[in-house]
Design a binder for this molecule. Structure first.
Ligand SMILES: *Cc1c(COP(=O)(O)O)cnc(C)c1O
Length: 388
């Protein structure tokens, strides 16, 4: 028998509307440079999120990098970052030669714990942190990077209160949470600067891309300037800043505009997927879900479960992953916390074992908005067999 087609964790889901916008770029030969679709896509993002200004960029990573550059993060500085996240949240700290300090999660949303955040700031101010046995000079962290992991909004009221108390700007990593809301407000509007991603596996995609959002026009103008090689206004090429080639192309922005037309539908479908998994596991002892706390609305970009082998009769998240893989179905462990990553192992960590335990017991299930009934039947078959 031939292997059934692969079910992906989260694959691109085009609406058809993208082609209309892409065709326009060909008709007008506006393949490059920046053009009307970039402007249009930025406006779509502002209209959707309520952010005042947006800069479309080549990636979410580039957006975080520019945010840190504009906050003047440089060697010797400290930036606080949620530990349980994708490495792209933290890598730009290293690009700037600064020191990341990783903060544990709280169990309710799996995102940055406000108490450990406060502790990490105090430890930093008091010069208690070390890298490779060397004390870091007492200092105020330059930025805080909380993440809305898998679409679940972080405790932004509490995190913002701590940040404001110490006057430290938030760079909000909303790469996974476009369409999620916290107390009625879209994620991506809580940071001094906020970051979106349109990478291939995100809730909408431009094949690759990202955006920086802010209510501060000056910051977004500066991001656009830095992202296009920092050219001074002069007919010759003159530069007084180091520039970057980080701007989104007009073609990719065309795809983004088509995707924005269906974003609400994509959120709805991902939430339906989540509901479907809850029903699938309803009678299974030892498998639990990440639930929305009051005031949180998740786009459920990925549906995640926690598996407790003490209660499942020995079934682990890894045995579920392997059983799915055998049937050509992709699932994935949670992000491995940054403080457990070899590349960041020497940097300070403030927290307990929340993110570590979530990682050890967690699994991301196939969650694409293009999953159909047949796909779910295949998944359910594997799960039924495992749990008898
Ligand atoms: C995807 C992602 C990013 C990076 O976005 P890219 O567009 O892939 O560079 C950053 N942070 C988190 C949490 C992400 O999931």
């Amino acid at each position: 028998m031939t292997q059934p087609s692969k079910i992906y964790l989260s694959s691109p889901h085009m609406s058809g509307a993208e082609e209309k916008y892409v065709q326009e770029t060909f008709t007008s030969n506006w393949i490059a440079p920046l053009g009307p679709n970039v402007d249009g896509f930025e406006k779509d993002l502002c209209d959707f999120t309520g952010a005042k200004y947006a800069a479309a960029l080549i990636s979410g990573t580039a957006a975080i990098h520019l945010a840190l550059i504009m906050l003047d993060v440089k060697p010797g500085d400290v930036v606080l970052c949620q530990s349980l996240t994708f490495s792209a949240s933290a890598n730009p700290i290293a690009y700037q030669g600064a020191t990341p300090v990783f903060v544990d999660s709280e169990p309710e949303t799996w995102n940055m714990c406000p108490e450990y955040l406060e502790k990490s700031i105090k430890a930093c101010l008091n010069g208690e942190l070390e890298v490779n046995g060397n004390k870091i000079n007492p200092q105020k962290p330059k930025a805080i990077i909380p993440v809305h992991l898998y679409g679940m909004p972080a405790k932004m009221d509490e995190i913002t209160a701590v940040a404001n108390k110490h006057d430290i700007p938030i760079v909000e990593d909303a790469a996974e949470s476009l369409g999620s809301t916290y107390k009625g407000r879209q994620t991506g509007t809580f940071g001094k600067m906020s970051v979106l991603s349109f990478n291939g596996n995100k809730i909408i995609t431009t094949s690759g891309g990202g955006a920086l959002l802010s209510d501060d026009e000056h910051l977004i103008k500066k991001a656009r300037f830095l992202a296009t090689q920092a050219r001074d206004p002069a007919p010759h090429y003159q530069h007084s800043h180091i520039g970057y080639n980080y701007r989104m192309s007009n073609i990719l922005a065309a795809i983004g505009r088509g995707q924005m037309e269906v974003l609400d539908k994509r959120v709805e479908k991902r939430r339906e997927n989540n509901q479907r998994y809850r029903e699938m596991f309803m009678d299974v002892e030892g498998v639990s879900f990440l639930n929305e706390p009051r005031g949180c609305f998740s786009n459920y970009w990925l549906t995640t479960i926690q598996v407790d082998p003490a209660k499942t009769g020995g079934v682990t998240c890894e045995s579920i992953r392997l059983a799915l893989e055998e049937k050509n179905i992709e699932s994935r462990p949670l992000w491995k916390p940054m403080h457990m990553q070899p590349v960041f192992a020497n940097y300070p960590y403030c927290g307990g074992d929340v993110s570590k335990e979530l990682f050890e017991k967690g699994l991301c299930l196939p969650s694409g908005s293009n999953l159909d009934d047949q796909d779910f039947e295949r998944i359910e078959k594997v799960i039924c067999k495992l749990f008898g």
